[in-house]
Design a protein around this ligand. Sequence first.
Ligand code: HAM
Length: 448
Amino acid sequence: MQFQSLPGFREFYPDACALRNHIFGQWKQVARAFNFQEYDAPVLEPLELYIEKSGEEIVGQLFSFEDRGGRAVALRPEMTPSLARLIGAKANSLKRPIKWFNIGEHYRYEKPQKGRLRAFYQFNVDIFGEAGPAADAELIALLVQALRAFGLDSKDFKVRLSDRDLWLLILTAEGLDEDGSSTVLGIIDKLERTAREQTVEKLAQVLGDGAAAFLDRIEEVIAIRDFDALSAYISNLSLEGDGAEQAKQRLDDWKALLSGLKSSGAGDFIHIDLGIVRGLAYYTGFVFEAFEASGEGRALAGGGRYDALVKKLGGPEMSAVGFAMGDVTLVDLLDSKKRLPSYVQSPDFIAIIGGTEARDAALGDAALLRSMGYCVDYPLKNQGFGKQFKEANQKGARFALIYGTDELAKGVVKIRDFSTGAEQEFPREALATLAQELLASGFPGTEL
Ligand code: HAM
């Protein structure tokens, strides 16, 4: 019987691994460019970490079980709760703002479909200890750069920007209390994927008869696309006491965020869109998701502020903002935009070996070049020259190092440059000093 991998779990053959490495490499480079430091956390966590903290939707998708010690555990569906725990435990000794990133695999028992698997990688990037919108701007700018690094531009993707704080003000003005607001935000989160009548039915459980008219007003808010319109709408809300002052303050935060993003070159990618509220339970302020420019398909990345989570997990008061980008939707997008790089993993040198004595010489030279970091290969079996050259060509080697009886007798190695077909002999001792020049500019004294 041929065994199969589990649904939603991928196997990475070398080409797929090369693509994955390329993606991780770009992510890492962007995180480093923004001076974020890498951290890691366990793959298996106490189940309780996700109950309530992550919210109903994710808890329903957990790979959870009882371990041999009777503990209820779960494979991590996301990084944020683990990260918040790490930060909380060392909060006092960590220099703020704390700027950390991770690339790791996550597990959710979802129905495998386009853009959704059961095991996927996420690039998590978070800032702790900075409450102002400069941190949100920095992260969204990093998100934009992480996609631009793959050659994508504003014709390819957009970041939909929203704000749970503004929603709470809007819903307070609508007369809703905290519980009501949180239920309604859950309904708004599902709006795009739910039939209108069903949404009205759900809203009616909180709002009674006024649900349909309420939905009309909500849709008006969701249709807002520019800051002036948003500002006008919020300024006209009937808010009492603190509410009016909070609204004014929040609009100032928006201004600061948008201006920071514009200065960082991310302005063209930002689309104000209050239709985004995020399904996870812990978000508190600005929230955002990146999508393919047409808005089609699943999100490329999502995140936002979560100022209360560190404390909820037993740490001190600590503001936080972050996002995660997934590899599955990113690869789909790169594929559809013809931006998938083609990988040539080929050796710098391949030894062509003529007999047992020559093998000793070839292995010695290969060991030396490998210890210097060059990629060197040679046939594991004795073969005729013709076959060896054919295989060296197929492997895309840059140079052949030819060890025949004549060369051995003279203490030389004959080098063939596969890009020109030219051959030259060099003393074997010169190989180590010659290798770099060969790879950079071909045979000494010749123009490549
Ligand atoms: P999330 O929106 O659940 O947020 O996931 C972020 C990204 O991970 C999604 O936009 C998507 O690209 C990818 N993703 C999620 N589930 C799957 C799946 N089943 N298959 C393939 N890709 C998937 C979070 O996880 C938050 N913890 C992000 C965050 C970090 N918030 C603050 N810091």
